[in-house]
Design a protein around this ligand. Structure first.
Ligand code: MN
Length: 348
């Protein structure tokens, strides 16, 4: 068999001899032949294709262990693994991007005084639905704080209410200006400890909350409750479900349509006591209408239907009542909680 020396192979594959020795040790790319006397490595020309693939995967930042897996696959499966890897990178980057934007905004607006003062008109309601024996959801709305939580485990109801209760101090008294990020983190840590204090690890809850400070809404989100914004007639989801099916959708392995019928669609990847919540900051505008809901609504009422209800309802009360009615008309398979809040300018 005709072989190439490590130097010739390195030049042809654009990998350094040092990298090739490393890949040999890591079992990524074994030489076709190692001279038993000299220890010199020799490569077959047919190995160039794999060497180039390794080089490209290194350039996109894929960890070596994952490259080893990709290299062992036939091309179609390798392609879908690379797609899945890249989706994961983008999801992680998106979380960091949001946090960076939050920090930039936090630091550059720390002393902003000219922003319009805004208020909320709000309504919250939680309904057991038509199937479940008990309601483990909690919904809350106040002058500044909106929250929904969906508890699970034997003490699911106390878990969701403890989480929301731990945030309620944010709704009363003065918020220290320019300190929202720390305040929220502290509040969420308190909520997480409150849920842990219930005893068993089997208990937990999701938590999605919005806090109005000046003209901005800070968002905390972990789990599969959702927050939506109705603005200029369009309905935008501003949270990302921390569920198994959502990650399969992100990786292109499942379509949103398939996800609605997936047997494990309720499987959570993160909850309050088991993962770091997403933080975000949104500029609120007069005329905005926000919806926070538990999965008991979003699972059975399609976004397009929710948009129609939110667009038509005159008041937050009317919107909440209509949405809960829609969920129950669709079978009400789960507890359903809704918070609707309208942003209005503070009268001068
Ligand atoms: Mn639920």
């Amino acid at each position: 068999m005709q072989t190439l020396t490590i130097g010739a192979f390195a030049r042809a594959s654009r990998l350094s001899p040092k990298a090739l020795r490393l890949y040999d040790e890591l079992d990524l790319l074994r030489p076709a032949h190692v001279d038993p006397d000299t220890g010199y490595r020799h490569y077959a020309p047919a190995q160039l294709e794999q060497a180039r693939l390794v080089a490209w995967l290194r350039r996109i930042g894929m960890p070596l262990a994952r490259i080893r897996e990709v290299c062992a696959l036939e091309p179609t499966r390798a392609a879908s693994e690379i797609r899945a890897y890249w989706s994961q990178v983008e999801a992680e980057t998106a979380v960091r991007r949001d946090l960076a934007a939050f920090l930039v905004d936090h630091l550059s607006n720390a002393s902003r005084k000219d922003a319009p003062m805004l208020e909320l008109r709000y309504c919250a309601h939680s309904d057991p639905g038509r199937v479940r024996p008990a309601n483990q959801d909690t919904a809350y709305a106040g002058a500044r704080l909106l929250a929904v939580a969906d508890g699970y485990g034997p003490a699911g109801a106390p878990a969701s209410s403890a989480a929301v209760e731990a945030l309620r101090f944010l709704d009363t008294g003065e918020l220290p200006a320019g300190d929202v990020l720390n305040l929220l983190e502290e509040a969420v840590r308190g909520a997480s400890e409150a849920v842990r204090g219930l005893g068993s690890d089997e208990n937990g809850t999701t938590l999605t909350a919005l806090l109005l400070t000046g003209s901005r809404l800070a968002l905390v989100h972990v789990g599969d409750c959702r927050a939506y914004l109705l603005r200029d007639g369009g309905l935008f989801r501003i949270t990302h479900d921390h569920t198994m099916v959502q990650s399969l959708i992100d990786e292109g392995r499942l379509t949103p349509e398939e996800a609605t019928a997936h047997p494990q669609r309720a499987l959570l990847l993160k909850a309050l006591t088991t993962g770091t919540p997403d933080l975000g900051l949104h500029d609120a505008r007069p005329g905005d209408r926000y919806l926070l809901c538990s999965d008991g609504l979003s699972t059975v009422v399609p976004d397009a239907r929710a948009r129609t209800v939110l667009t038509t309802a005159q008041t937050p009360e009317e919107a909440v009542r209509a949405l809960v009615t829609e969920a129950n008309a669709a079978g009400g398979p789960d507890n359903v909680s809704c918070v609707v809040a309208d942003v209005v300018a503070t009268p001068a």
